[in-house]
Ligand binder design. Sequence first.
Ligand code: FEO
Length: 168
Amino acid sequence: MISEKIQKGLTRQLNRESESSQLYLSMASWVERKGYEGISEFLYDHSNEERIHMLKIIRYINKRGGNVILNNISMINVTSLSLKELFTKLFEHEKKISKEINFLVEISLQEKDFFTYHFLQWYIEEQIEEEALSKMILDKIELIGEDKGGLYLLDKDMKNFHKKKNYD
Ligand code: FEO
């Protein structure tokens, strides 16, 4: 059985994962409309991953005898963002999620809930990867600047970015 404090923390986190999924879905849809096929594929895939992050927490709470409360999260308007602003937002969002995971780990130790501490290790690994990947994409976009040929190649490359991530 999980404590009230852990349940509250995990519930907040699963709703953040759901928010991440909606944010990346909104981004994917927007860049697809703008003709970035590879980048949108990457973002659709990323949105699906965030949904899996959310599901893992839901199933963990249920397994430990807690109750899940889902917030109603709608699409987020990102249509005014440039590609650079979009990936800056994504990187900042991932850093925020990492901070929150760290905080959850701290609570699990305070509560001496080593099951939850163990469960959260997967999220730590995931955040290391996600922060590095989003920073790498942002660096590339900064490097390319306004060069249309560079953007074309990046878009082409990004079709395979999610696959690279899985085989690392
Ligand atoms: Fe589930 Fe990208 O954090």
